[in-house]
Write a protein that binds this ligand. Structure first.
Ligand code: GDP
Ligand code: IMO
Ligand code: MG
Length: 434
């Protein structure tokens, strides 16, 4: 039995989906534990592209059990669409390969409305959310007025829960000049989706406990990235969940003591979608443009261009500490092929002072100057390479320097979107193979 958590160490889109897909070859159960359909995980197998938002990336492989934990906020309509899309690609999702926590809070239509209304009203001060209702759904969860999956089994109770929830939302809607919603409107919407979603409902904590007792390997798939974490991220430009590895326990009911290994996924450079601080951003200079075009840096969920910049070792080092990362996976090394000189950020200069970490709160008017170390680039292509000894010497030096600066060993290096184009140095499941 090995329990492995995979998380992103930057601002999301590090390539977690590719690593989770690869590792799920040796896992029995793959679990999403936070976030919702704001995530977009891309998997490429023999040029066939799979895009997943809510379903764990392990769903692609036959004979695996996929789990959506209680820490997720679940849009049942989005799940149905995703399952339909996968079925067109030949992947069947049924109760035999998917279970959803009975205590998962639901994203309902008014959560999306509120998310979009707020962003529109905020104008230039917007967060740049994905507009999927994630924030409002988590607010309702901690506000103790959320509708959870198991509530759908009890119509009278559901009615009273909706009354309480809508009392809150209608006050807000009134303020925004939106028409109020009646309980019956939402009951109607739910009646349409209930039979579909209820078939997956299960006590996830109990199922995972059983799997652990049977000696099965469990893979926990993080969404977003450490600096989008609601506590440790660049607040308020964050998502509304805890994205750190610690959330794997609370978001599923598997004790934190049972986690064996945390793998941190990092891009060989940095990207960010949405608003917020990004010290190593290259704006639209030539290198920024190179990263954006060669790296195809377009958001999977919203299609927005991702902002691009140099690798930030100070950021990733902090991430490794707060997540307990024991191995990093460096992705998209191939995107740097052909760049003459590379830069790595080792800290920041702020108000004349040197800082080793990005402060938790930065006012947008404050000037954060990254401190860079220069390193030679390489001209040889790395794309498709899957063994360390084939990598150009200078690419190896770049990787080595990252390892030193972030203080964590490299477990994987990825050199293309394809499943097999990966240097595997320390597969956390391998050591437990029978
Ligand atoms: P996630 O949200 O962390 O799962 O990452 P995304 O799937 O949103 O974004 C990563 C993108 O990079 C996807 O389009 C992947 O197919 C692609 N990708 C992953 N690894 C590599 C790599 O090593 N090289 C290249 N060129 N692309 C990669
Ligand atoms: P994956 O799992 C990158 C960003 C949004 C926005 C902020 C808040 O694919 O790495 P939200 O809709 O969550 O309230 O938006 O978080 N964001 C992501 N950025 N990758 C993601 O997921 C993201 N999920 C949310 O762009 O800045
Ligand atoms: Mg993504």
């Amino acid at each position: 039995m090995t329990n492995v958590v995979v998380i992103g160490c930057q601002w999301g889109d590090e390539g977690k989906g590719k690593l989770v897909d690869y590792l799920s070859g040796k896992a029995d159960v793959i679990v999403r534990f936070q976030g919702g359909n704001n995530a977009g995980h891309t998997i490429v197998i023999d040029e066939k592209v799979f895009k997943l938002s809510l379903l764990p990336s392990g769903i692609i492989r036959e004979g695996k059990i996929s789990v959506i934990g209680n820490g997720v906020v679940l849009d049942p309509w989005a799940l149905r669409t995703e399952i339909d899309t996968l079925s067109e690609l030949g992947i069947n999702v049924t109760r035999s390969n998917l279970i959803v926590a009975e205590n998962v809070p639901l994203i309902l239509s008014f959560h999306k409305t509120l998310d979009l209304l707020r962003e529109k009203k905020a104008g230039s001060k917007k967060i740049g959310t994905t507009g999927r209702g994630i924030g409002p759904a988590y607010e309702d969860k901690v506000g103790r007025r959320a509708i959870r999956l198991s509530d759908l089994d009890r119509p009278r109770y559901l009615h009273s829960r909706l009354e309480r929830c809508l009392e809150h939302h209608n006050i807000l809607r009134n303020g925004y000049g939106e028409p109020i919603i009646e309980v019956e409107d939402i009951e109607k919407e739910l009646a349409d989706i209930s039979p579909f979603i209820k078939q997956f409902s299960a006590p996830v904590w109990e199922v995972l406990d059983e799997k652990n007792r049977e000696g099965k390997n469990i893979l926990f798939e993080g969404a977003q990235g450490s600096f989008l974490d609601v506590d440790f991220g660049t607040y308020p430009f964050v998502t509304s969940s805890n994205t750190l590895a610690g959330a794997a326990s609370l978001g599923t009911g598997v004790s934190a003591r049972k986690i064996d290994f945390v793998l941190g996924v990092v891009k060989a450079y940095t990207t960010r979608v949405g608003e917020g601080p990004f010290p190593t951003e290259l704006k639209h200079d030539q290198i920024g443009l190179h990263l954006e075009t060669v790296g195809h840096e377009k958001g999977t969920v919203t299609g927005r261009n991702r902002r691009c910049g140099w690798f930030d070792a100070a950021l990733v080092k902090q991430s490794c500490i707060v997540n307990g990362v024991e191995g990093i996976a460096i992705t998209k090394l191939d995107v740097l092929d052909g760049l003459k000189e590379l830069k790595i950020c080792t800290g920041y200069e702020m108000n004349g002072k040197l800082r080793p970490y990005l402060p938790s709160s930065i006012n947008s008017s404050e000037i954060v100057k990254p401190v860079y170390e220069k390193i030679e680039g390489w001209t040889e292509p790395t794309r498709g390479i899957n063994s360390l000894k084939e990598l150009p010497r200078k690419a190896l030096a770049y990787l080595k320097r990252i390892e030193e600066l972030v203080g964590c060993p490299i477990s994987f290096v990825s050199t293309s979107p394809e499943r097999e184009d990966l240097v595997d140095l320390n597969d956390p499941f391998k050591k437990n193979e029978k």
